[in-house]
Structures are given as structure tokens and as C-alpha cells.
Ligand binder design. Structure first.
Ligand SMILES: Nc1ncnc2c1ncn2[C@@H]1O[C@H](COP(=O)(O)OP(=O)(O)OP(=O)(O)O)[C@@H](O)[C@H]1O
Length: 371
């Protein structure tokens, strides 16, 4: 894990943060540091501890070990027992289920945090309208939340989270209740809003494309730990482990073994590339989507069968298995539609492979003529 900011200039930081339920550790030592005006996405599979980490930052949970600081102030420290409740942390929160009060109007919902802070009526009204304008809902102030679509309700929740201009906004899977098209639109809108308002935000999601679109930094979590914390570009260019590469859907992962100057798919006689450099015993590789060019079955290409294919906007994203190697599934992008069962030939650019483990990339690698 890399934490590339010092705690001193951090808008939010955690140090050796742990949370145990009984004897079960759910977070096992989390160090994050986020600068003002930046967005950090917490990305990972269900149960990896994303929401727990967000709740610790929010003050909805107290740490078992370690500490949390917001804007340089320690807000929770297991060692000293110090703990600031959520209302003392100057945060906005947006949840998956919007959590709007049905008996209040849209305007009433948005102005509620200002009421809690004892702000006068006239100022409340102008700030509420400003927040609603920012999310494009000024005309809806007098409606009930139930009269609004899911996407509009989530915008109301966002307006409520930003109305008091908190130093930090926490998003917990805010778009996961919306249908795909709306979600894709809202990701872009939310990214724009976060940038325009200069918000500092932590954004929990299990959707890699949301995380890579929205965040300046992404913490990929697994089993209560941060597996890699890096910018979206860095994650895509240099995933730290096969698990990160797989979770980000960067391509297929394969185990290779080295024999007689060739790298074979493990347990097979199918060779992927020639290595004229040093020998290593075995290695895992990521075969990125962009490294594969599909074509007809032909000498010099790896034979494969299409398992499934999905239209993706810029082409058809197909998952294929290699002939004789059903366990190796690769992904590629095809301009033409591919059907399950189609036989195709693959050319793989060896320079684009990412090696995990002991193999150092060699410039002498060559693609093989696959017979
Ligand atoms: N109150 C609790 N008591 C015991 N275990 C809990 C409690 N709350 C959460 N857990 C466990 O802690 C782990 C992490 O949960 P958490 O909700 O943080 O995961 P997550 O990554 O946000 O998952 P999801 O994407 O499904 O929301 C899970 O294994 C969960 O079962």
C-alpha cells in the first residue's frame, strides 16, 4: 500500500486504523491521507470493509485501534478514548437510500442541516435555494420527495449534504439504487459538481468505472486492508497485484511457466511468448484488453472460443477461452459483434503484458508464431 501524502496537509487521515466486531477484525490497519479538494474512492468487493471505514470517518463507529483526523484535528483515537460525534465533525453524508424525510418538502429536507446549526430563516432560505440550484432542482423546492424520480431524490440528498458547506462529504454507494443509464449520467454530473464546488470527498463504491471516473485517488480494498492506493491512471498502468487487476477488469489473468526458452500457459503446451532474456520459473501475468487483436483463426495466432460478448459503446467486449485451456479466460475488444461459440484467432502484443512476481520485463521478448 502507498500513502503518498503527509498527514500534516491532509483534509482527512487515518493512522493504523482497526475495527473489530468481537474477535473478528473487519479493518486491519488502514492508513489513508486525503488532501483538501480531492476525492478518494474506496473500491472493493462486498464485505471488504468500505462502509465500515466510511462510518469510522463519519463518527458513526469508534475505532478499536488507531486514529482518525479531520483537517488536522484528531476526531477519534482508540489510545486516548477521544471521540467526536458526527455532528461535531462538519461533514455532509449521502447514502444509497437517499434518507430523505418524506413528511418534509424538498426545500425542508435541504434546509434541515442549517436549522440544526441554528441559522436564521432568511439565510436558510437563500442557502437552500442556492444548493438546489447547484443540483438543478430549484423549481422543485415545494414538492415532496415522493413526487420526484430516484435520480432527482439523490440530487436532493446531495443538495442537503452540501448546503452547510461542510469540510468533507462522505458518499456511500450513492448511485447504486439508480438504473444504469441514469447512474452513468449522474457519475459525470457528480464529478463536475465535486470539481466545481472544490469538495473534499470520500466515495464508497464497488463499481470500478465509477471510482475511476470520479476519484483523484482510489483505495482498492480487500479483506479489511488497502491493497493499493493510487491515482486512476497509476492503477490502470501499474496494478499492484493480480487481484487489483482483476477487480478493475483490466483484462485476463494467466499463470505462466518457463520451459526451454518459452513462456507457456501453466500446465499446457500452449506458448504465449518467447523470452530470449533470463529465465524465471513461473509468473502470473495480466493480459490487458488492449493487448489483444482478434482475427480469423490462422497460423501465428492463439486459437480461442467466444464465451460471451457485450456491447460497450466503443466496440464489443468479449470474454474468450483459449483452445485446450478452458480455465484461462481473456477479454478483448472487437469492432464486429462476436457470438458465443465463435472460433477466433488472437494476436497478443507481449510488450503490453504486466508481470506479477519475479519476472522482470525483458525488451528481448517476442511474440510467438502460434502454430
Ligand atoms: N454490526 C456488525 N457486526 C458484525 N459484523 C459486521 C457488522 N457490520 C459489518 N460487519 C461485517 O464487517 C465486514 C465489512 O462490512 P462493510 O459493510 O464495511 O463492507 P462493505 O465493503 O461496505 O460491503 P458492501 O459493499 O456489501 O456494503 C463484513 O464482513 C460484515 O459482515
Amino acid at each position: 500500500m502507498t500513502s503518498h501524502l503527509s498527514a500534516t496537509d491532509a483534509a482527512v487521515s487515518t493512522a493504523a486504523l482497526e475495527l473489530h466486531y468481537g474477535v473478528t477484525p473487519v479493518l486491519k490497519g488502514i492508513d489513508i491521507s486525503l488532501s483538501k479538494g480531492k476525492t478518494l474512492a474506496l473500491l472493493g468487493p462486498s464485505g471488504c470493509g468500505k462502509t465500515t471505514l466510511l462510518r469510522l470517518v463519519a463518527g458513526l463507529l469508534a475505532p478499536t485501534k488507531g486514529s482518525v483526523a479531520i483537517a488536522g484535528q484528531v476526531v477519534a483515537d482508540a489510545a486516548t478514548g477521544s471521540f467526536a460525534p458526527p455532528e461535531k465533525r462538519n461533514l455532509g453524508m449521502v447514502f444509497q437510500d437517499y434518507a430523505l424525510w418524506p413528511h418534509l418538502t424538498v426545500g425542508g429536507n435541504v434546509s434541515f442541516p442549517l436549522e440544526m446549526r441554528g441559522i436564521g430563516r432568511a439565510e436558510r432560505q437563500s442557502r437552500t435555494m442556492r444548493a438546489l440550484e447547484r443540483v438543478g432542482l430549484a423549481a422543485y423546492a415545494d414538492r415532496r420527495p415522493s413526487d420526484l424520480s430516484g435520480g432527482q431524490q439523490q440530487r436532493v440528498a446531495i443538495a442537503r449534504a452540501i448546503v452547510a458547506e461542510p469540510q468533507l462529504i462522505l458518499f456511500d454507494e450513492p448511485l447504486s439504487n439508480l438504473d444504469r443509464e441514469l447512474r452513468e449520467n449522474m457519475v459525470g454530473e457528480l464529478a463536475e459538481l465535486i470539481a466545481t464546488l472544490g469538495l473534499t470527498a470520500i466515495y464508497v463504491t464497488h463499481d470500478h468505472s465509477e471510482a475511476l471516473t470520479l476519484a483523484d485517488d482510489v483505495a482498492v480494498m480487500r479483506g479489511g486492508l488497502i491493497e493499493q492506493l493510487a491515482s486512476p491512471d497509476e492503477l490502470v498502468e501499474r496494478p499492484a497485484s493480480p487481484e487489483v487487476a482483476d477487480f478493475l477488469r483490466l483484462g485476463g489473468i494467466a499463470d505462466l511457466e518457463y520451459r526451454d526458452g518459452l513462456w507457456f500457459f501453466k500446465g499446457s503446451d500452449v506458448a504465449l511468448l518467447r523470452d530470449a532474456g533470463r529465465a524465471g520459473a513461473a509468473s502470473r501475468v495480466l493480459i490487458p484488453i488492449a493487448s489483444i487483436t482478434p482475427g480469423e483463426i490462422a497460423p501465428g495466432r492463439l486459437a480461442a472460443t467466444v464465451l460471451r460478448s457485450q456491447f460497450r459503446g466503443d466496440g464489443h467486449l468479449a470474454t474468450v477461452s483459449l483452445a485446450g485451456l478452458a480455465k484461462v479466460e481473456l477479454q478483448l475488444l472487437s469492432r464486429v459483434k462476436l457470438r458465443p461459440g465463435d472460433g477466433i484467432g488472437l494476436s497478443i502484443d507481449p510488450d503490453q503484458l504486466r508481470w506479477f512476481g519475479n519476472k522482470v520485463h525483458s525488451s528481448k521478448e517476442e511474440n510467438l508464431e502460434h502454430a
